[in-house]
Design a protein around this ligand. Structure first.
Ligand code: GCU
Length: 428
């Protein structure tokens, strides 16, 4: 049953996400804990030259850059630079009395290649009116256009015609359609700004040989990068989120030193990667990010490198698929992606029925990032033990974790924990 669920989930998403159909038989997927395998995780503090990090300076000066480079060349692709002269921001519209006067809504356009009109990212920025300014913010990309996150008729309908998720459905009928995932009013009431943008504005979510979206700008910057390590789509999305943060730095009502980057599923993978690359993100939230996100790769449970690189070949650079069947040879595992965020607060969340994303593997990743957080003088994952907590029981300290009862989704329960976590770690 579970296997069938995963096959269907993969098949549906693949059919939707790919121009060329990939019918990948997901026969290898394991959901039996007894068969999750035994493996040895790489020590995040062990350097490639055989030495071991003993002090924070060595982490930041030596090990962290080495690890970041390995993730770039072997998995997500090298993070491109920014041509600041071609980056521009424009406030398109403002409504000072949205949500019955509780919030001001702004629509801001990020031009990645100004003065060219495309590629661009349209941000919806919701700022609490009654809070003391500047306010901290949550930046969370959305899956189907800004008009789908809230029913307010003021919000512009996505004009993206390249996107697979909005194609043919980017009209009025989808207004507010995904609002349950984005409790904007609660976030505003808690004194935070809410910022979102449609992820496919940054890079459409299909394999087009790195031509569309911001990929079109990267070629000129990637001449020295081997083809098999060039920026894949998760890197493109993470790059775009950093440009959204550049834009927020120009918004006086927002405290850009207190911006949390969050994401669900493939965008949870993206949030972790954005946080690993851009130390300006003050807090990182991975919601059900699974394989290629928070979940350990060496554990044989749920989605694998094989399934993910067949279903979504554009998400990772070509080097990644060379590790199919030899995960032990990966120079890193995903706990080290979390470690790259240290000492900043990070929240990893799973859902109990989301076995495809391997909740236990997500917990163990958070758990095994702890030595780096401790080295940097934090409480790491606090008193959480070595085994996953009960459902609906958040654990940890500056590394936090919960496994919500239910399905692959981002819910009110998840947001309630993220808001408490932000209150604790992202206040002045
Ligand atoms: C698929 C994919 C996952 C991904 C998810 C999503 O299920 O296999 O890796 O997280 O889609 O983004 O919705």
């Amino acid at each position: 049953m579970k296997l069938l669920h995963s096959v269907l989930r993969t098949a549906c998403l693949c059919a939707a996400a790919l121009a060329a159909p990939v019918l990948f038989a997901d026969e290898e997927t394991n959901y039996d804990e007894a068969l999750a395998g035994s493996y040895t995780l790489p020590d995040p503090l062990a350097c490639a030259d055989g030495t071991r990090v003993a002090a924070p300076e060595e982490w930041f000066g030596k090990r962290r850059p080495e690890l970041l480079e390995q993730f770039q060349t072997e998995m997500y692709g090298v993070m491109p630079g920014v041509n600041r002269e071609r980056l521009a921001f424009e406030t398109l519209r403002e409504n000072p009395v949205a949500l019955d006067g509780k919030a001001a809504f702004k629509e801001m356009r990020v031009y990645f290649d100004a003065p060219n009109p495309a590629p661009k990212l349209d941000l919806l920025i919701c700022i609490p009116n009654r809070a003391e300014k500047p306010v901290p913010a949550f930046l969370i990309p959305n899956f189907q256009g800004n008009h789908t996150v809230c029913s307010d008729p003021w919000i512009s309908i996505s004009d993206n015609t390249e996107a697979i998720h909005t194609r043919n459905v980017n009209g009025e009928e989808r207004r507010g359609y995904k609002k349950d995932r984005y409790p904007i009013e609660t976030i505003i009431d808690r004194g935070y700004a809410f910022v979102t943008g449609f992820y496919e504005d940054i890079d459409p979510d299909f394999d087009d040989g790195r031509q569309n979206g911001v990929h079109s700008l990267f070629a000129a910057m990637e001449q020295d990068v081997p083809e098999e390590s060039r920026a894949a789509t998760i890197t493109a999305w993470a790059w775009g989120l950093s440009r959204a943060l550049d834009a927020l730095e120009t918004v006086p009502e927002i405290d850009s030193s207190r911006v949390a980057v969050a994401g669900h599923s493939r965008l949870g993978k993206t949030a972790l990667w954005a946080g690993a690359n851009d130390p300006r993100f003050a807090l990182v939230i991975s919601n059900d990010s699974g394989c290629g996100g928070a979940a350990l790769t060496r554990r044989n449970f749920g989605e694998t490198i094989n399934t993910i690189t067949h279903g979504f070949p554009h998400w990772f650079c070509p080097r990644y698929k060379t590790y199919i069947g030899r995960t032990d040879e990966l120079p890193f595992d995903q706990h080290e992606l979390i470690a790259l965020i240290a000492p900043r607060p990070v929240y990893v969340a799973s859902a109990s029925e989301d076995l495809w994303a391997d909740p236990t593997g997500e917990f163990l990743s958070a758990r095994n990032a702890d030595p780096v957080y401790r080295l940097l003088g934090t409480e790491g994952i606090g008193g959480a033990g070595d085994t996953p907590p009960e459902a609906d029981t958040p654990v940890g300290a500056i590394i936090h974790y919960h496994r919500r009862t239910g399905k692959h989704n981002i819910t009110e329960y998840d947001w309630a924990q993220y808001l408490d976590f932000a209150d604790r770690y992202m206040t002045n």
